[in-house]
Ligand binder design. Structure first.
Ligand code: MRU
Length: 349
């Protein structure tokens, strides 16, 4: 049992673990206003594609609860406006839009119900999405854990654990399932500049599960692979295009290129809610650009000259031909992805 959760619904409040403060402080925010959910997503108090999706759904539910109108038509207009506001929080993780589309589809399907009933349905739907995410992650982890062997040395980038999801994790969930299946292995954790999701969060989660890890600067991955010290890499995803091109935390593409050069298998683990089949390839994935201060400052302290120019792209796109397999809740897709992903999508129905 892991004694923390990224997000939950509690008596018409959203409780979320403030990831900006980890690992130093374990503090839960209690949120009743959807504007605070938007702020939490923007400032990465909650982050990771599936967790952002659940937060967006719960934010929409909070917004619905606060609406004063009893007129279903007016409710629909105002609810759409709230969903649009939440959708503008971050651009890359498609789970955000997927979750809001699902909430809006539910509202439309029940547009004739009294507003009170509609609010109940929306609150229930957001909680269902959280439960489903855990179940999906557990299935994905079971499907993927076969890629980890006794004694494997796994490299990972960013944070993809229970913190980044509703529960259990994606790439880190695959590691957790392998560990729970009795395999013993170790993990190289990329620190993941600039916001250190690896150093702060992945280490914290692996430590709680008991999986041995070693933290490395992002730039060390090449040397470790050259020395033959990495057996496979597994990462998560924020958005996967129809051809398998994968957007994930900045630096992931570099890991994939290194893995390819050194003959190290490189896997992506993501639920089908992270796929965007409307995009033919990764060139069309919007990449978030964040404030330069996230690079020039650390914990509020300047680490670069005050006038330093900084480019802070939060994600990069790994071309599908560098990916050995994409682990999903419906199984592990192998190249060629254009056809294997279609098959997985159909099997989901
Ligand atoms: O900016 P972040 O921390 O939200 O970026 C998160 C990632 O890139 C994760 O690897 C991705 O969302 C997968 S999480 C299961």
């Amino acid at each position: 049992m892991i004694p923390y959760c990224s997000i939950c619904w509690d008596n018409d409040k959203v409780k979320l673990l403030d990831q900006r403060l980890l690992p130093r402080d374990e503090i839960y925010l209690e949120i009743t206003d959807y504007h605070e959910i938007i702020d939490a997503i923007k400032t990465l108090a909650i982050r990771g594609a599936p967790a952002i999706g659940v937060a967006a759904a719960m934010g929409a539910a909070l917004g619905a609860l606060a609406l004063k109108t009893e007129d279903p038509k007016e409710f629909a207009i105002q609810f759409t406006y709230i969903c649009r506001e939440i959708a503008a929080a971050r651009p890359t993780a498609v789970n955000l839009f997927w979750a809001l589309d699902r909430m809006q589809a539910l509202a439309q399907a029940h547009a004739a119900e009294p507003v009170g009933k509609l609010k109940e349905l929306l609150v229930a739907e957001a909680q269902t999405m959280l439960k489903e995410d855990e179940a999906i992650n557990r299935r994905m982890a079971q499907a993927g854990q076969v890629v980890i062997h006794e004694g494997s040395r796994v490299l990972t980038h960013c944070n993809t654990g229970a913190l980044a999801t509703g529960a259990y994790g994606t790439a880190l969930g695959v590691m957790r399932a392998a560990w729970e299946a009795g395999k013993r292995f170790s993990v190289w954790v990329d620190e993941t500049r600039p916001l250190l999701q690896g150093a702060r969060l992945t280490t914290w989660e692996l430590g709680k599960i008991g999986i041995p890890y070693t933290l490395i600067p992002d730039g060390a991955a090449a040397a470790l692979m050259a020395k033959g010290l990495v057996d496979l890499a597994i990462v998560g995803a924020d958005r996967i295009a129809g051809n398998g091109d994968t957007a994930n935390k900045i630096g992931t593409y570099g890991v994939a290129v290194l893995a390819h050069y050194h003959g190290v298998p490189f896997y992506v683990a993501a639920p089908l809610s992270t796929f965007d089949f409307s995009l033919a390839d990764g060139n069309q994935i919007p990449v978030e650009e964040r404030a330069g201060e996230e690079i020039t400052h650390l914990w509020g302290q300047a680490i670069a000259p005050a006038d330093a120019a900084a480019l802070n792209l939060a994600f990069d796109v790994t071309p599908h031909d560098l990916i050995s397999g994409i682990i999903t809740e419906e199984g592990v897709a192998q190249p060629p992805y254009a056809s294997s992903l279609k098959t997985l999508r159909r099997s989901k129905g």
